[in-house]
Design a protein around this ligand. Structure first.
Ligand code: ZN
Length: 170
């Protein structure tokens, strides 16, 4: 088990598009394993590679919080092929400790991507899984959940975070 350090907002690496994965090698598997360990240690349900400081298109998701091995998804080079509907719900992000925002996301998505072995995969999802996939793929495009709320809410959240950073509470 190897944990990686979480990258927090406003690190610039969180706000840049990631590079596609081209080599499905040992290093990729190790990164995915470390990301799963880190996600579980932080009690998260999703984590994207830039959140551990690696700018590649890899994400891990586990809605079961580690209780169901079959629930673990490791997705390379994911892309939203189709999105339908819109639901506004509260969500958090491991790069924004204790920040909860109500974010509009598609109700249903179809996502294409690859396995860690480079095999093509397609995932159809709704509800929390659709929200989570959309949130993590946003990360790979350098888009954060504060970018998806109103400018007023965004400014308010940024100010709160700046205050917490100044107070050493971030
Ligand atoms: Zn996030």
């Amino acid at each position: 088990m190897a944990l990686r350090e979480l990258v927090k907002y406003p690190d610039p690496g969180l706000q840049e598009p990631c590079e596609p994965v081209q080599e499905f090698d040992e290093e990729l598997h190790r990164l995915a394993d470390d990301m799963v360990d880190t996600m579980r240690a932080e009690a998260g349900i999703g984590l994207a590679a830039p959140q551990v400081g690696v700018g590649v298109r890899l994400t891990v998701i586990d809605l079961s919080g580690g209780t169901d091995p079959a629930a673990l998804v490791r997705l390379v080079n994911p892309k939203v092929e189709l999105e339908e509907g819109e639901i506004r719900e509260e969500e958090g992000c491991l790069s924004f400790p204790e920040v909860i925002l109500t974010v509009p996301r598609p109700a249903r998505v179809v996502v294409s991507g690859q396995s860690l072995e480079g095999k093509p995969v397609s995932i159809e999802a709704e509800g929390l899984m659709a929200r989570c996939l959309h949130h993590e793929i946003d990360h790979l495009d350098g888009v954060l959940f504060i970018d998806r709320v109103s400018p007023l809410k965004r400014d308010m959240t940024r100010r709160r975070i700046a205050k917490r950073i100044r107070g050493g509470d971030w």
